[in-house]
Design a protein around this ligand. Structure first.
Ligand SMILES: NC(=O)c1ccc[n+]([C@@H]2O[C@H](COP(=O)([O-])OP(=O)(O)OC[C@H]3O[C@@H](n4cnc5c(N)ncnc54)[C@H](OP(=O)(O)O)[C@@H]3O)[C@@H](O)[C@H]2O)c1
Length: 263
């Protein structure tokens, strides 16, 4: 047993998969693992940007960041990623971070069915099927002393009702929070621990587009008076994946500067 921080929070030499790792929150989490000497597979649809990001991060952190491009919102894309990982890591993977997500905003009266299908598929169905199909690889590395981990990136919008009219998004995020508990119950006996993080506002394509990349108004509304930083989200994710988080199961931990609870 060691209670030293370098042992408690150690994630070195682990094999990590971060979906949607090419930018935003996924890039922040990927950077955190690379900075602490994990090998990280990142996924996204836009191959050129993904490959460039993987090269940039590998160089910056002197650690292996491997791009795997493809659309994981459907079975075909999920199966292709699972096959790639089985071929590349036959001895197993340690952590799966289900981060890739999409949002859709429209007035209540005009909200289209396509805005449900796209969001529910990627935000809710994909984390289930990707976790299901990667369970054998996660199990290969999992032991009672050092369980494998799944971290689902939810949102505080799954806990409260936001200002914007994003009905399918809030429902998908509420769904992933409950699914996290259900998966946690199923997988704990297989030495796989499942938790979720509910971020508040972070600099990203998704949020930036909605506010013209001016976060000042949002920052003002957060009790901590700023948006989230890479340290905030990477720190929490590393906690959940390391020895320190090995007794925390089925939780959804907010990372929002107090936005969901203190307003
Ligand atoms: N930013 C925030 O303030 C905030 C707050 C709460 C929760 N979140 C959650 O955090 C997660 C990351 O969001 P973000 O804000 O960082 O978004 P983002 O900047 O839009 O990044 C999304 C990532 O997912 C990838 N992606 C999107 N659709 C995909 C698909 N069908 N298949 C594979 N990859 C796909 C994107 O790459 P491609 O476009 O190349 O596919 C990108 O790498 C999401 O689950 C989001 O709901 C974000």
């Amino acid at each position: 047993m060691s209670l030293k921080s370098q042992d408690l929070f150690n994630v070195s030499n682990k094999v990590v998969v971060v979906t949607g790792g090419s930018r935003g929150i996924g890039e922040m989490i990927t950077s955190g693992f690379l900075a602490n000497k994990s090998k990280v597979y990142i996924t996204a649809r836009k191959e050129e940007a993904l490959v460039k990001k993987a090269e940039e991060l590998s160089q910056k952190y002197d650690c292996e960041c491997i791009p795997v491009s493809g659309d994981i919102s459907n079975t075909e894309g999920i199966d292709a990623l699972v096959k790639f990982l089985n071929d590349a890591e036959p001895d197993g993977i340690d952590y799966l971070i289900n981060n890739a997500g999409a949002a859709w905003g429209a007035n209540y009266d005009d909200f289209p069915e396509s805005g449900w299908d796209k969001v529910i598929d990627l935000n809710l169905k994909t984390p289930f099927f990707l976790t299901q199909k990667l369970t054998p690889l996660l199990e290969k590395k999992a032991t009672s002393e050092d369980p494998s981990r799944v971290v689902n990136i939810a949102s505080i919008d799954g806990l409260h009702v936001p200002l914007m009219e994003t009905y399918s998004y809030t429902a998908s995020k509420s769904g992933i929070i409950h699914l996290t508990k259900h998966l946690a119950k199923t997988l704990v006996s297989r030495n796989i621990i499942v938790n979720a993080i509910a971020p508040g506002p972070f600099d990203s394509h998704m949020l930036g587009k909605a506010v013209n990349f001016d976060y000042s108004f949002i920052a003002e509304s957060v009790p901590r008076k700023r948006i989230g930083s890479p340290e905030d989200i990477a720190g929490l994710c590393i906690y959940l994946c390391s020895r320190a988080g090995a007794y925390t199961i089925g939780e959804t931990i907010t990372c929002d500067g107090g936005l969901a609870k203190l307003l």
